[in-house]
Design a binder for this molecule. Structure first.
Ligand code: SF4
Length: 394
């Protein structure tokens, strides 16, 4: 098979998605796009890092043959509803603290493999990718009268670790279907677009499908280090104190410093938070924690430098300041949103009214939360040892 741009040599799923787009075999193809993809894909088409290409990316997916394009930002807002409520619940009821964010699968792998004693600290929320795929197959498909097995979910992510997350046993439907079928990185999507000779830069902008395409400024900042924390504070503060935060731009958690720490006045309680990005900083932080230096209530962890804008699947930009520019692009999108708090997302409110009831309900636990496993070498060997002992007895 001849590929003019070499796209199919990088990842076999590019070929599979490309074939599916040409021959759907009765399937409905649903795409979702992560926050950090929209400020980086532009670089593959001669534009500047940080140029916002949300509408063009959605248009390109439609041109390629997508039936529906949803926004992972919708489930970033949903993550804030669930994770913010989980944090308040742990603080009120003496749950395990500090609570750790759980939307970065690279970080989840690190905890499961190197710091399993801290698994109880992880929020039980699925990542926004995991929540969206669950919603598409378990909620949306039924509402529009399609069988979940006739829906294919393709995620466009800045991240190579999301490919690994997609095949976790915990993220399957009750009948055993994988909820996220394919994951393409931002770079791989650009290759698919080039392979199909779609003129990205001159595309007319298109909008996401609703209801799972509606989002807020709080969701898009998930792409930057500190973004999950800032979004969570905007909501948790307002829910706990019944008044808005004095400022929505919470700058102490912004920027490229490896470990950022801040104290937020939560109406008499000092809420201590931290934001850590890049593996070396995370190991340093965890070392401090292991030595008993426990200083925070809530900590955001992202494996990549700068957060998802620096993800392994983003374009390999040649300019020295591309991360700064992508970061600015993300904050620009947030600034331009009328609604900048997750709990004010109308479609999120509607899904709670019509389906989940309230955050942390039985239903939301079932479809939006997950669990983690000790995957240290010792544990995996003993699991294998147990299997062989059992097998040999047979
Ligand atoms: Fe993926 Fe990196 Fe973002 Fe983590 S920080 S979710 S590894 S892109």
């Amino acid at each position: 098979f001849y590929c003019p741009v070499g796209a199919i040599t990088e990842n076999s799923q590019v070929r599979e998605v490309s074939n599916l787009l040409k021959n759907k075999e009765g399937k409905t193809l649903v795409f979702q796009t992560a926050p950090a993809t929209r400020v980086a894909i532009s670089e593959e088409f001669g534009m500047e890092p940080g140029d916002v290409s949300t509408g063009k990316m959605v248009a390109a997916l439609r041109k390629l043959g997508a039936d529906v394009v949803f926004d992972t930002d919708f489930t970033a807002d949903l993550t804030i509803m669930e994770e913010g409520s989980e944090l308040l619940d742990r603080i009120k009821n003496g749950g395990t603290l500090p609570m750790f964010t759980s939307c970065c699968p690279g970080w989840i792998n690190m905890v499961e493999k190197f710091y399993p004693e801290f698994i109880p600290n992880l929020s039980s929320c699925r990542s926004p990718q995991g929540m969206m795929s669950s919603l598409v197959k378990n909620y949306w498909a039924e509402r529009i009268g399609i069988k979940p097995e006739d829906v294919v979910v393709v995620s466009i992510m800045p991240c190579t670790a999301k490919k690994d997350e997609a095949v976790r046993d915990q993220l399957k439907t009750e009948s055993g279907l994988q909820e996220t079928d394919y994951v393409l990185t931002t770079r791989e999507l650009a290759k698919l677009i080039k392979l199909n000779k779609v003129k990205f830069a001159s595309l007319k902008e298109s909008e996401y499908n609703n209801p799972l395409g509606e989002s807020t400024g709080a969701a898009v900042i998930f792409g930057n280090t500190g973004g999950v924390m800032e979004a969570a504070l905007r909501t948790a503060y307002e829910i706990a104190l019944e008044k808005p935060m004095p400022t929505l731009n919470y700058t102490p958690v912004r920027g490229f410093q490896g470990i950022k720490e801040a104290t937020v006045d939560f109406g008499g309680i000092d809420l201590k938070v931290a934001v850590v990005h890049q593996a070396s900083n995370i190991h340093n932080y965890m070392q401090r924690l292991k030595e008993g230096d426990s200083m925070h209530h809530f900590v955001e962890f992202m494996i990549c430098k700068g957060g998802c804008i620096g993800g392994g699947g983003e374009p390999k930009s040649k300019t020295g300041d591309y991360l700064e520019k992508r970061m600015k692009g993300i904050y620009k999108i947030d600034d331009n949103f009328k609604i900048r708090k997750s709990h004010e997302n109308k479609a999120v409110k509607q899904i709670y009214d019509q389906f989940f009831g309230h955050p942390l309900s039985h239903k939301s636990h079932h479809f939006l939360h997950t669990h983690y496993n000790d995957r240290t070498e010792k544990k995996e060997q003993s699991v294998k040892g147990g299997f062989w002992k059992w097998f040999n007895k047979k």
